[in-house]
Each structure stands twice: as structure tokens, then as C-alpha cells.
Design a protein. Structure first.
Length: 168
């Protein structure tokens, strides 16, 4: 799924200009670039390095150091499942396994082929009292189980189908 970024370097230039092309503001710059593209494309990181007068390895190093950054495109809907101690004890693994089966994902393949879903397994979401916790597009769902989570996914798929369907 190659994307042509040459026509989109104006977005990057605006972000760089906003931060006065200051290499000390690299983290903030990368955050805004990721927000614009949903991930950090390699071509954009190389361009950013050149524009800031720093090495591409410095930019890549920062992008890979912080877990917030991603070098792969993410799906339209981000599902985060907590597998920390409280959630794990309350069977978050069953939710993960059900989503892997439903969406055709694995621990290595975290985004569906249609780019509709990305599944992220996280160590903690800070809501242990609601365990097990699933966050879909920043909306927290506590006390979840596999069936309830699959129902939420089904609703998203149905809504997406309605958006894609032509008006009658």
C-alpha cells in the first residue's frame, strides 16, 4: 500500500515551520506528522531529518524509542486491549483471541487488510477497576468479555457498511 507523499510534503513543511525547524522539537514534530499521516512514513522521516539538519538515524531512533510512534499504517478504528495483571486475570486473553480470529489478525499482523481495524495489546490502560478493559477509538469499555467486544466490532462494521453503501 504505497502512498505518494511528494504532493503531501506541504503538510510536513507546515509542521516544520510551525516548530521553527528546530531539531530540539523533534518529538513534537513527529507527533504532529503522525497525527497527519496516522503513522511515520520512512520518506517523511528522511525529509524531516534533512529539513532539520540532523541524521535520518537520529529521527528513526526517536521514532522507534517511544512506543507512541508507529512506523506502520494504522486502521481507521484503533482497538486497544489491556493485558495488564488485573485484565489478564479477568480473561483479557480470551478477548484478544476472539478478535484475532474475527479480524484475521495475529501478534505480528495488527491491522486488517481493509485498513478498518488495528488491534493494540497494551500493558496498562490505567482502569484496573473496570477490568478487563477495551478502548475503541478512545472510548473506554469496562467489564468486557469476548462476546461483548465482538458485538462492538460488528456495530462498527455495520456502520462502515452503511457509510460505504450508495444512497438509495
Amino acid at each position: 500500500m504505497a502512498q505518494d507523499f511528494t504532493s503531501n510534503f506541504d503538510k510536513v513543511c507546515q509542521i516544520l515551520d510551525k516548530h521553527e525547524r528546530n531539531p530540539h522539537k523533534l518529538v513534537a514534530i513527529l507527533q504532529e506528522i503522525q497525527e497527519a499521516y496516522s503513522y511515520l512514513p520512512e520518506e517523511i522521516m528522511a525529509y524531516t531529518a534533512t529539513a532539520l539538519g540532523i541524521s535520518p538515524s537520529s529521527v528513526f531512533g526517536v521514532a522507534t524509542f517511544y512506543s507512541h510512534f508507529t512506523l506502520e499504517p494504522k486502521g481507521k478504528n484503533i482497538i486497544r486491549i489491556c493485558d495488564g495483571t488485573a485484565c489478564h486475570v479477568k480473561k483479557s486473553t480470551e478477548i484478544i483471541n476472539a478478535l484475532h480470529a474475527e479480524l484475521g489478525l495475529t501478534t505480528k499482523k495488527i491491522t486488517t487488510d481493509d485498513m478498518l481495524f488495528t488491534l493494540e495489546i497494551v500493558a496498562c490502560l490505567g482502569a484496573c477497576g473496570l477490568a478487563p478493559v477495551v478502548v475503541i477509538n478512545e472510548v473506554v469499555h469496562g467489564g468486557m468479555d469476548a462476546a461483548g467486544t465482538l458485538e462492538l466490532v460488528k456495530k462498527i462494521k455495520e456502520a462502515e457498511g452503511e457509510e460505504a453503501a450508495p444512497d438509495a
